[in-house]
Design a protein. Structure first.
Length: 117
């Protein structure tokens, strides 16, 4: 899967783990878009066919409701209790689960927390 890590989801470690699992990964830094607004990131990802992975559920759910013309939104919800949050290895596994399920990604929004099994 082609995955664009939003500013809030960018981590060299997560990028390496996703790449090791066979995914193509791009970051805002790679694209020269660090610090840009969410709609700019989503537009770039859509234009280049990258599903966007983010922790920023509220803003990207709003953008998805405005338009589903994107390559997919992968949302990781975080809990106030840090022990309940997904680790990078969990995120990689749920991306694998999602990819293996053969569900359409483009134009869809998936909360990755529900794909953990």
């Amino acid at each position: 899967m082609k995955i664009y890590l939003d500013d809030c989801a960018y981590s060299k470690r997560l990028k390496r783990q996703l790449e090791a699992a066979g995914h193509q990964v791009q970051t805002p830094f790679d694209a020269g878009l660090s610090g840009q607004p969410d709609d700019v990131h989503l537009g770039y990802a859509a234009e280049h066919g990258w599903a966007l992975l983010t922790y920023n559920a509220d803003d990207f759910i709003t953008l998805h409701e405005q338009s589903s013309a994107h390559a997919g939104l992968l949302i990781v919800c975080q809990d106030a209790d840090m022990t309940k949050n997904m680790r990078y290895a969990d995120i990689v596994q749920v991306v694998q689960n999602l990819a293996a399920s053969d569900v359409p990604i483009a134009g869809q929004l998936y909360v990755l927390n529900y794909w953990k099994w």
